[in-house]
Design a binder for this molecule. Structure first.
Ligand code: IMP
Ligand code: MG
Length: 182
């Protein structure tokens, strides 16, 4: 893995493909154990969670369903706009179901808070959240993330589904923005 230079911003490797796959496997094993004899619906938050979701559910050993929905909170920038908009709604009925929200990364917690409040209105049996990454230092909203892949520093990350201005989602590894002077 090499560093990546994007218009003067330097990104350095944070997690290798092997580290990511190992951790996703562990999360899937834990979820399969916790939900045995149940059929949860994994609900992926587009676009960032699509790779994590596809790996996660292939490692899961219980019967499950999937759906996706889409929010917009970030513009094409590295800074949150602080607002959330719904861009694609769910197709499935979550009433009475055990739902597991699948997020790429929890930053301020605004998106997860919005999603949980929204789904709670539809009367699911339970709601849990799995996030591949979490930035504990930048959390501003009171949210409980039930399964966390890795905690990461409060710096911009790209790869494995995570974008910068819609690009770099196809990297197999995760890279973090290098701080000036580092
Ligand atoms: P939150 O609503 O502030 O928790 O932000 C969560 C959303 O912002 C995630 O679903 C990501 O799509 C995006 N996001 C937050 N931090 C990063 C990052 O470091 N890289 C890429 N996307 C990010
Ligand atoms: Mg996202």
């Amino acid at each position: 893995m090499d560093k990546i230079n994007i218009n003067g911003d330097v990104f350095v490797p944070l997690f290798t493909e092997e580290q990511i796959q190992k951790r996703v496997k562990e999360l899937a094993a834990q979820i399969s154990e916790d939900y045995k004899n149940r059929q949860p619906v994994f609900i992926g938050v587009l676009n960032g969670s699509f790779l994590f979701m596809s790996d996660l559910i292939r490692y899961v050993t219980i019967d499950c369903e999937i759906d996706f929905f889409k929010l917009s909170s970030y513009g094409d920038d590295k800074i949150s706009s602080g607002k959330v908009r719904m861009l694609k709604e769910l197709n499935c009925n979550v009433n009475g179901r055990d739902i597991i929200i699948v997020e790429d990364i929890v930053d301020s917690g605004l998106s997860i808070k919005y999603i949980e409040d929204l789904f709670a209105e539809s009367g699911p049996n339970s709601i849990k959240v799995v996030a591949l990454l979490m930035k504990p230092e930048s959390l501003k909203f009171k949210v409980k993330i039930d399964y966390i892949g890795f905690n990461v520093p409060n710096r911009f990350v790209i790869g494995y589904g995570l974008d910068m201005a819609q690009k770099y989602r196809n990297l197999r590894e995760i890279y973090v923005l290098k701080e000036s002077g580092e």
